[in-house]
Structure formats: structure tokens, C-alpha cells
Design a protein around this ligand. Sequence first.
Ligand SMILES: [Zn+2]
Ligand SMILES: [Zn+2]
Length: 177
Amino acid sequence: MPIPEYLDNWLAPDCSDHNEYKVSGVIECLCGNTTFKVDYLGEEDDQNVCTMQIENHPNPEYNDYFALVINITCTQCARQHTLYDRHQHGWNGYVAAEGKGFPYTADMLHSKSCKNCGKTEFKLQTGIYSMGIADFKENAPERPQEQWVNAFERITVDLTCTDCGHAQTNWLDDECM
Ligand SMILES: [Zn+2]
Ligand SMILES: [Zn+2]
């Protein structure tokens, strides 16, 4: 299964078919809780889909840098984790950008709220799509084969509000290749 290393202990695969090319499951904190607050660096379009943002960064070196970062905070133990940073994860982030990550500060993040009730706590479902092991070996021959799980091509995130039950499929759907 293409579970990237940074989500190893966070993505609990569901019972549906998963294989070398796709895995999906719920996000579960190390404490066992599955409810999170979600903060993001990006922009919601008119369909409330989270997309990249051309950030006006304090450091001019990073202007016109397409930022997309999703941070989650467990509502039970307050542990924080990066669910996705397109400059750190997936093929573009991990292989092409060498996993450097986007240099943001906490005040640049937006808090995700439910478009139905305005509350800010969610259950998260994530899908990870991969081109597979052979493709990784062909396109990144200089890297150890076991890193293939980190070079996924697409990630999706579905949100369900824990207060009103409103579900948003593919709140995030990013091509990373
Ligand atoms: Zn927790
Ligand atoms: Zn709601």
C-alpha cells in the first residue's frame, strides 16, 4: 500500500480494495481520536475546494510560490501533524523539491469551518494514489526503492463536520506529479 512514511501511524486503511496504486482510510491520531481541527495555507474557491495560493511571503524569495499546506490538530490531545504540504510530500514535494517544505508561520494559516454550521471540528478521510513501484524505480533510479511510498501522485481529503454531519467530498484534491 502506498502509505507515505509521514502518515504511517496516522492513516488507518479502510476495508475497501487497496493495492499498490491506491489506499484510503480515516485519519486517526496516535491517541486514538479521529476528530481534528483543520488549518490550511491555501484558498477556498467558490465550491469551497481548497486550492493553491500564490503567497505574498514576507521573504521575497518565496513570492509567487504555490503554497498548499494542511495542518491538523487533535481535539483530544492537541497533537499537531501536517496532513499535506505540496512542497514536502508527494512526487513534486518529496522527489522534485527534496522534501524541503513551505516556510510558513502559524499566522498565515486559515481555520477551516463547516460551510453549513460554522463549526471547526471534522472527521477526515484521505485517499493516496501512486504510480507504483516500477514507475518510481524508472523515474527516480538514484533513490532507494523503499522510498516509493513517499512519491505519490495525488492526494484527496474528505471532511465530515462532527457537529452537523455535513460532508464535503474532495475538499482537497491535489495532483502531486
Ligand atoms: Zn490525539
Ligand atoms: Zn457543520
